[in-house]
Design a protein around this ligand. Structure first.
Ligand SMILES: [Zn+2]
Length: 62
């Protein structure tokens, strides 16, 4: 009997932040209205790079 435990990992497990999201820019934390959808912008500072660390953005014009 062979048990493939790796196959039992759900695709949704990559989503670590089950409680909500946190903006990398202003530090704002909020709960998403739709759990299956990532917000496009931060509801507070409206930044589309809310989930991107500052050093990861090469073409940041600030
Ligand atoms: Zn923000």
């Amino acid at each position: 009997m062979t048990v493939h435990t790796k196959d039992q990992i759900l695709p949704g497990m990559v989503r670590v932040q089950l409680w909500g999201f946190r903006c990398e820019r202003c530090g704002h934390e909020w709960l998403p209205r739709e759990r299956d959808k990532e917000p496009r912008v931060c509801p507070r500072c409206k930044s589309p790079y809310w989930n991107v660390p500052r050093k990861a953005t090469k073409a940041a014009k600030e």
